[in-house]
Design a protein around this ligand. Structure first.
Ligand code: SF4
Length: 525
């Protein structure tokens, strides 16, 4: 049987994956029985190309994915293990990756992960030592044969290369431009960091689904397999999604009304929702996605029914479905103009409002005096070879403690940055990466390589403040530099620098800024 990699890279077939949500407790728990039966049924279903198993979905503790994946793997099925950054630091993730490699799991869906939820004794402490882009680059290094040469070793040492086939998630189902464009730029960073396939977030707007694949093609990523997420709703799940408590998932008023209408039918809308998912699968197939990812299903009969309905459609039916499957929200941002003939995106024309904003580049309230001042000061101090650079480097190099610099420099630095940015003294400063916003103090997940997928109408997934990446986007867009937001090698913070002077670390080339290499912009020659 072909591997998922072979199917995605070599076959023209439209593939089907199914999500299996792990449960709390062992596989022997009575509450796990339904999941175990579902997994067994999926293992025996030749129409399913892979089974994807969640990793503590929603931030809640569950049985680790390999426990459910083992029997599927032993049955010769392709399994995708979700691996997120919320519960393990980089070392924990690396050791988990070694375990997965040893147990024959190669397909991984790499995620930053939801914020940590409640566990034994109360809320769990989230980790987010690295993010999805950082984890993809870690797996890339493992796939290349991890270099474990120590500074003192005479012989270089490399570990056996792993064979991971990592994928990543992407979403453009967002309300505002300063959410959508950073998500698309982050997707490109994920591809650059090694994502070999992409799965989009749950969403219910065919025009947005079309925009995603159109953006990828326009920006030179058309060869990366894109899988469409088709989540089978129930009225109860639609109500839950509507609360926006599931990060990144939105149900518009219009769709909520449709769900409520069908709830009153004798089958509580079951037939309707299965058909809706089948139509969504048909739309993805029609749009050129490489497959569909079925979520919200808990029994084999529902999977079969969705696929059976979809098989029954005529080849061109998806166009009409796409016209109707338009549950965006009023005022929602679109990159491309609407094609009046199809109701989908017209990839040859930007949306008129977006195009106009690219001409005028308005200064939003996020383009503050503090930002301008920080940028000016940073340029003065940290432009290599100019301004105060040489003096700073010289003073720090000759200081008694070069990690702290000359006496009083670090306390002055920390005080000033605490007052202006809420500095947490990480010593590996990302302020210049994020338009002078601090990921340690102002981002719940310490994201250094772009926004997580959880923003709610521009606000942070976790707290009631505007996402730092949306604010950073506004600042750079005003200057015509929004493409630079993530155009560099992945940032992985060096925890060894915590409590040291980041000024000294920058001047002496010890921090991530010294390793940060600008990446060519997509499509640039
Ligand atoms: S500030 Fe933005 S990137 Fe950070 S956790 Fe909140 S939504 Fe995610």
């Amino acid at each position: 049987m072909s591997t998922l990699r072979e199917k995605l890279e070599q076959s023209p077939d439209f593939l089907v994956g199914v999500e299996l949500v792990s449960t709390r407790g062992t596989v022997g728990e009575p509450r796990a029985a339904k999941t175990v039966v579902f997994a067994r049924d999926l293992a025996g279903n030749p129409r399913i190309d892979w089974v994807s198993i969640t990793d503590n979905a929603g931030g809640n503790p569950t049985l680790a994915a390999p426990a459910l994946g083992g029997p599927l793997r032993d049955a010769g099925r392709e399994v995708v293990i979700h691996l997120s950054c919320k519960d393990f630091n980089r070392n924990g993730l690396e050791s988990e990756a070694w375990r997965l490699a040893g147990e024959g799991f190669r397909n991984l869906l790499v995620l930053t992960g939801d914020y940590a939820g409640a566990g034994i004794g109360g809320g769990a402490k989230p980790v987010f030592d690295i993010d999805s882009v950082g984890l993809l680059s870690v797996l890339g290094r493992m796939n290349a044969g991890l270099d474990v040469t120590r500074a003192t070793a005479r012989q270089p040492a490399r570990l056996e290369p792993t064979q991971f086939f990592p994928g990543a998630a992407v979403t453009n189902f967002k309300l505002h431009e300063n959410e959508v464009i950073p998500q698309l730029l982050k997707m490109e960073r994920k591809i650059a960091a090694g994502a070999r396939f992409l799965i989009n977030q749950i969403g219910y707007d065919a025009r947005k689904s079309h925009e995603l694949i159109a953006w990828m093609q326009r920006r030179g990523h058309g060869a990366v397999p894109l899988i469409g997420n088709a989540y089978v709703l129930t009225p109860g799940v639609a109500r839950l999604f509507r609360t926006q408590r599931i990060p990144g998932v939105v149900i518009s008023d219009e769709l909520a009304a449709v769900c409520a209408r069908h709830e009153s039918s004798p089958d509580k809308g079951r037939a309707f929702f299965l058909e809706l998912a089948a139509r969504q699968v048909a739309i993805y197939r029609g749009l050129g996605y490489r497959g569909a990812y079925l979520g919200g299903v808990h029994q084999a009969a529902d999977v079969e029914r969705v696929l059976e309905i979809e098989r029954g459609f005529a080849p061109g039916d998806w166009r009409q479905f796409a016209r109707e499957f338009r549950y965006s929200r009023p005022g929602e941002f679109f990159v491309f103009a609407e094609d009046p003939a199809t109701g989908l995106a017209d990839p040859t024309r930007l949306h008129p409002d977006y195009e106009a904003s690219l001409r005028t580049r308005p200064a939003t309230r996020n383009v503050t005096f503090s930002y301008r001042f920080s940028k000016f000061t940073h340029g003065l101090m940290f432009t290599p070879g100019k301004g105060l650079w040489n003096l700073g480097a010289k003073l720090c190099a000759s200081a008694k403690d070069p990690m702290q610099g000359p006496p009083l420099m670090h306390p002055v630095e920390h005080l000033g940055k605490s007052l202006m940015f809420g500095c947490k003294d990480c010593g590996d400063c990302s302020l210049p990466d994020i338009a002078f916003l601090c990921p340690e103090s102002s981002c719940a997940k310490n994201q250094r390589n772009g926004p997580c997928g959880g923003t709610r109408d521009g606000k942070c997934e976790v707290d009631d403040f505007e996402c730092i990446w949306a604010r950073a986007y506004d600042r750079l867009k005003h200057e015509g530099r929004e493409e630079e937001l993530l155009a560099h090698t992945p940032v992985i913070q060096d925890q060894n620098l915590r409590g040291t002077s980041s000024w000294a670390n920058t001047w002496l080339g010890r921090d991530h800024l010294a390793k940060k290499i600008p990446a060519p912009l997509p499509g640039a020659k």
